[in-house]
Write a protein that binds this ligand. Structure first.
Ligand code: EPZ
Length: 432
């Protein structure tokens, strides 16, 4: 099991290229199932989750070529297997996003229930309710979702009980080939959902209200192929911005989209970080010797993203004063708290909130990653703490951060990956 050894206390200075968004690329790859023509995606990040999605789609019969770095051509003309097996789904929850496309194009899908993960139970009831509203017959048996519909799905008026990125994505993909109009109320507005909708339109779908809470989809008989460039990863950009801020450095994030990061930028500015748009993206500079404490509550887009919560907490751990961080999206997304505390962070839990009493310095330690974003919160803390920190279970990081060591080393970070022997735990990857 690989580990990262980080010698912290070095201000990050330099430029970091932002990769394509993992959480856009994954649903976009599933969208290929909707058409018998080729969907070509560029700016796809090279990540463990992308490799898992390739494996999953490959076993469905999707032919995937990689004509250039970051470019994938997905051809679903010969899809012949409608089952997404447990051994793949349990390693990556986003596998459930094949459900809507398979059902809508082929009238059948058998998808393993993803199970929970470190940050919560992660049910898919909202996905299933939306598909049932469109006429799918859904049965849960032996840990699988068995979904079927005779003929085409039917357009429907659907209101999600709560905002769900994945349920919105499954429903909007299913609706593109349904008979008639589907209206999705209380739909997710995340940029990754918007990017998926733009690609579906490029494939010939009729989708209106993109970026709003109400999506209207007029079903069509078939979808064609398309070329689509995956949007920049706003969470990766925010992560490296937090690393620059926490180390007292100055970094330019190439390709970052300020328009997708307003809530994060506002929080950084409140913390005393200078954030400026540049012709290439975004520059982030820590202008004060010590960050100011900031309260953060995670919300659905365009609010402060839950995927940036651990990173914000790492920053606030060394800020001046007391910060309160409240996680409202997932029920257990505080796994980074005990590990940050082992590095000397002054964090107590008060009901559903983390109360962070900033300390002047964190102390290096041996720490363990538990989920994708908790891991990178620990990387940020390690970069800020003078001395040697070792981070175990690095495979969590590899799911969502392309070339992390390389990008950080290019900005002066002293970070080294120590290959480990692949133990049983390595393979027991948790779904995120
Ligand atoms: C997506 O997960 C992202 N993953 C997550 O990123 C992200 O944290 C999350 O959206 C919220 O922004 C991908 O896009 C692959 P949800 P998703 O459905 O779709 C509950 C990362 O680190 N819920 O918006 O699974 C759910 O339990 C990952 O990159 C139901 O109750 O999130 C959660 O509390 C982590 N029933 C809330 O809604 C459902 O049917 C939001 O979940 C579905 C969700």
């Amino acid at each position: 099991m690989d580990k990262l050894v980080i010698h912290g206390g070095v201000p990050l200075r330099g430029a970091i290229p932002v990769s394509g968004a993992k959480n856009a690329a994954l649903p976009l790859m599933c969208a290929a199932l909707l058409s018998d023509s080729t969907l070509t995606l560029s700016n796809v990040p090279e990540l463990a989750d992308i490799r898992t999605m390739k494996k999953l789609l490959g076993q469905h019969g999707v032919r995937i070529t990689n004509p250039a770095p970051g470019v994938y051509a997905l051809d679903a003309a010969a899809v012949d297997n409608f089952t997404a097996p447990y051994e793949l789904v349990r390693t990556m929850r986003a596998s459930v996003l094949v459900l809507g496309p398979l059902l809508s194009r082929f009238g059948a899908a058998k998808v393993s229930l993803p199970g929970g993960c470190a940050i919560g139970t992660r049910p898919i009831d909202l996905h299933l309710k939306a598909l049932a509203a469109m006429g799918a017959v859904i049965e849960l048996k032996d840990g699988y979702v068995h979904a079927a519909c005779s003929g085409r799905l039917k357009g429907a008026e659907i209101t999600f009980d709560k905002v769900s990125v994945g349920a919105t994505e499954n429903a909007v993909m299913a609706a593109t080939l349904a008979e008639g109009k589907t209206t999705l109320h209380n739909a997710a507005r995340e940029p990754e959902v918007q990017d998926l909708c733009q690609a579906l339109k490029a494939m010939g779908a009729s989708v209106h209200g993109i970026g709003t809470s109400t999506l209207v989809v007029e079903g069509v008989k078939r979808l064609g192929g398309a070329w689509h460039t995956v949007i920049a990863d706003r969470i990766e950009a925010g992560t490296y911005a937090a690393a620059a801020a926490a180390t007292g450095g100055e970094v330019e994030l190439i390709g970052a989209r300020a328009d997708l990061m307003q809530a994060v930028i506002a929080a950084f500015i409140r913390a005393g970080v200078e954030v400026k748009e540049t012709p290439r993206g975004l520059s982030v500079r820590n202008t004060c010797k010590r960050l100011r404490s900031v309260d953060v509550t995670t919300e659905v887009y365009p609010g402060f993203p839950t995927d940036m919560q651990a990173q914000a907490m790492a920053m606030m751990a060394i800020a001046e004063g007391v910060s309160r961080i409240s996680e409202t999206i997932f029920e257990n997304r505080y796994m980074h708290v005990p590990e940050l505390s082992r590095m000397g962070a002054g964090i107590t839990m008060d009901g559903g909130e983390a109360v962070i009493h900033g300390v002047a310095e964190l102390k290096p330690a041996e720490v363990m990653a538990t989920d994708l974003r908790a891991s990178v919160g620990l990387v940020i803390a390690a970069l800020a703490a003078r001395g040697e920190t070792t981070l175990h279970r690095v495979y969590h990081l590899d799911r969502g951060y392309e070339r992390l060591e390389e990008k950080l080393s290019a900005c002066g970070a002293r970070i080294e990956r120590v290959p480990g022997t692949a133990g049983a735990e390595d393979r027991l990857e948790e779904a995120a």
